[in-house]
Design a protein around this ligand. Sequence first.
Ligand SMILES: [Zn+2]
Ligand SMILES: [Zn+2]
Length: 248
Amino acid sequence: MPTRLDPHVHATASSCSRLTDEEFLQWAGANPNYFPLVADHQSLEFYERHGQDPRLHPRGLFALEVTLGAAWVDLLLLTAEPEAFAGLHELLWRLGRTADPDNDELRAYLHDPRILLIWAHPLEVELPLPGWLVELPLDFLEVNAARLSFMAKPERVRDHVQALDSIRHDLLPDPPMLIAGSDSHQGWTLGTSYNQFYREVESAEQAVQLLRRGAFRGHVEVSGFHGQALVVEFEPKPQRMGELEVEA
Ligand SMILES: [Zn+2]
Ligand SMILES: [Zn+2]
């Protein structure tokens, strides 16, 4: 069965999350075609505690969400090489709740080629974009299911996804790909939004390779429309401006 990956789930170490590590691990154990990925706020505690849990399959992909102070920009950092994250947890602890993007130690992580960078929920930033953000080697912009669910009308969801396309084409020098993220903070949204590869993925390294190649299809389920769900499907690679197809 093709593997589905959701890079954005919050568990125990995120104080805003109602989902616990144990609930997440139970879900992961019961859903073997999902690549489960916890990205807690400024924290790698989940992996320190549960990195070897057999319910994670395949193991060895690590993620966390970093809030950068100046503009409240959130980034998801992913890697299959644990050495790339060495010292990062301690650094974020020192930098506090919102990290300074001009901090040289942090910049080294953000520019590390072993780390995939996803700009989480990008439409909340104020324009013009700060220079440090434009210079980041962003791999992806996230289509964030939780944020889309706050929108009251399907037309607004469509506008939002089009606006993401315009950010990547008009405001960033090297258009990033799009990626789906559930931003789950509770159990019932697990598994509803994901990136589906075209095959079964056997290792964390392979997942990273396929992500870099854009060899998947994004699927975001938006809840909140009076009980009916709206589904947004997309190809991750940038096409020409205005050619993004959103099947809603
Ligand atoms: Zn966030
Ligand atoms: Zn988040």
